[in-house]
Design a protein around this ligand. Structure first.
Ligand code: DHB
Ligand code: MG
Length: 227
């Protein structure tokens, strides 16, 4: 099994099953051209989140880490017309690129990209007691995953779904190769999920065009007694 095969399988199902929308390819191209890292989610992963949002009737989404707006567009595709998405991005240049890319979609007015440190922006949101989110997609700085999770809680309601990207990264966690701040952040994140009685979670490994990685699926419980 090689990454070449995983890439081909992703490509096969992208062509066979996914909607053909060149605007998504153009977002990827814009990231490439800007010399930014090509680390956005895959198309099948984006489609999965779109379908999840539609199925669960999710109306309010928070995304942490916008980059070029690729995952932002997939998330927004799932929203009903009254739905809204707030995406947090620390880099003003990336935010500008994403805004530009999202201009091409009908749902552009449902998306707000906020520029700044996500932890600070989330704290401000929590303090202003604004409406909670139905889905929080964590995909920012991996070393800060524990803090993103902590700050997601006051922004959640019972039943809120939290999805976190890049929580496996070639299985480093199991291999005990935990050296970098990013790896340490992800390990602490998993421990927090395991020990917080308000959360129920799972981790799904993935292989594909982005190699071997995975996502965490976490649900904020209705009550502490529900298992
Ligand atoms: C990488 C991948 C990601 O999806 C991300 O959010 C950050 C980094 C990577 O492959 O390095
Ligand atoms: Mg990611």
């Amino acid at each position: 099994m090689t990454i070449e095969l995983w890439k081909n399988v992703d490509r096969h199902y992208k062509e066979l099953i996914l909607p053909h929308d060149e605007r998504f390819d153009r977002i990827e191209e814009s990231v490439r051209k800007a010399g930014l890292p090509e680390i956005a989610i895959s198309a099948p992963y984006g489609r999965l989140m779109e379908i999840l949002i539609k199925t669960a009737g999710i109306r309010r989404v928070l995304e942490i880490g916008t980059l070029g707006g690729y995952s932002t567009a997939w998330l927004a595709r799932g929203l009903p017309p009254e739905g809204t998405l707030i995406s947090l991005e620390i880099d003003p240049e990336r935010a500008k690129l994403a805004r530009n890319n999202l201009e091409n979609f009908d749902f552009k007015n449902q998306i707000e990209i906020r520029v700044g440190n996500a932890l600070q922006l989330m704290e401000e949101m929590a303090q202003s007691h604004q409406e909670t989110f139905d889905l929080i997609f964590i995909d920012g700085n991996k070393s800060q995953y524990p803090e993103y999770l902590e700050l997601s809680l006051p922004l959640s309601r019972p039943g809120t779904l939290i999805i976190a990207d890049n929580v496996i990264k070639h299985g480093q966690v199991v291999n005990q190769i935990i050296k970098t701040p990013d790896q340490k952040g992800v390990v602490k994140f998993h421990k927090m999920v395991a020990s917080n009685p308000h959360l129920e979670g799972s981790v799904i490994q993935t292989v594909g065009q982005k190699g071997h990685d995975g996502l965490a699926f976490i649900r904020v419980k209705e009550t502490l007694s529900s298992q």
